[in-house]
Design a protein around this ligand. Sequence first.
Ligand code: SAH
Ligand code: SF4
Length: 361
Amino acid sequence: MAITDLDDGGLSALVSELGGKPFQARQLSHWIYRHGAADWDECRNLPAALRRSLAERGPPLGSEVRETVQSCDGTEKLLIELRDGETVESVVIPDGDRTTLCISTQVGCPVGCVFCASGLDGVRRNLDAGEIVEQVLHARRRTAGGAALTHLVVMGIGEPLLNLDALLQALARIRDQEGIALGARRITVSTSGYPDRIDRFADAATGVNLAVSLHAADDQLRRRLVPTARATVAEIVAAAQRYFTASGRQVTFEVVLLAGVNDRPRDAAALIGAVRRMPCTVNLLPWNPVERIPDLRRPPPFRVQKFAEALRAGGLNVTVRKQRGADRSAACGQLRIQAALGRESPDVQAEKAEPPGLGSE
Ligand code: SAH
Ligand code: SF4
C-alpha cells in the first residue's frame, strides 16, 4: 500500500511500526502534503533510520508523470503512470488569476457515454485514494515556480461517484488544512447521475460543489447518450436538488452539445422545464471531437449561442465552456488512448517528463 493511501491513523501506525515517534507521523505528513516531498531524503527532520526504513518500502509517491503535453494557451496535460503501469490523465488549466487542476478517478470509465473518449474501452479499475491525491501532488510540483493551484475539478477520466470511498478519502486529504489545504468551495466533483450515490455524497458533507452531467432532459434521448443510465432525469434532478438543500452549494448541470442531437430548440425547452425550479447553473460544453467517434459533430458557435439564449430566456443561468488547448488536442481520455497506441497528439508539442524530482529512483 502506498503512503498516500493511508489516512492519519494509518500513517501513525506505520511510523510506529518502523520505530518512529507519534509526532514524526505528523512531520512525515507535512513533508508529503504541505511541502510536496517526492524523495525521503527531502524529509530532513526525520531520523535517518526512519527514512531508510521508509525507503525500503518504496518511494513516497507510487505514481509518476510519464509524459506532458503543453498547449500554446498554457494548458498542460500530464499522463500519469500508476504503480501497475496503467495510466490516467490530469490537466492543469491556467486562466487569469486561477489555476484549475482536472483529475481522474478511474482507469477508463464504465458509463460509456456515446460522445466520450474515456469510456470507449470500458473501465479497467478504480484509482486508490492515494492515486487520486498524487495527481494533485504531481501538478503542484509542475506549477511550483508559477501560480499555485487554486481550484480542483474531478472531471477527468472515470465516474467519481462509482469510486466513492476512495474519492471521499482523497477529498479529506486534499482539504486537510495541515496539508494540501484546498478549500471545499474551490473543489467541484462532476457525476453522470446515480441519485443514490449523490445522496451518499451529500451525507458525507464535504461541502464541495457538485456538477451533474445531464446532457438532455428527455429520458429517451438521455438514454441514447448515456446508455448505462438507469435513473430518470426527474430522479437525477431531484437528487441534485437534495444535494443543494443539504450542502447549500448551487449545483451545475452540464450539457455536452452535439449538433443535431441535443442542441435543438425543443431540447432547450425540455431542459428549462426540467431544472428551472431549482437554483442552478447550466454549463454548455460544445463537444470536442474524438477521432474514434466519427459520427458526431460539434455544433457551430452560432448554434451554441442560440441554445444558450433560449435557456437564458427561460430564466436559467448559463455558462459556455471556453475552448482550451487541452480540449482541442485531446478531450478527456484521449492522451491516454494515444499513449496506448504509441502516438502523440497532432497539434500539440509533446515532451518527455523530466525524471528528476518526480519520484525517487
Ligand atoms: N464522469 C463524470 C466526470 C468526468 S467527464 C461525468 O460524466 O460527469 C467530465 C465532463 O466532460 C462531463 O460533463 C462529460 O460529459 C464531459 N465530456 C466528456 N467527453 C467530452 C467531449 N468529447 N467533449 C466535451 N465534453 C465532454
Ligand atoms: Fe464516463 Fe463521464 Fe465519459 Fe460518461 S462522460 S463515459 S461518465 S467519463
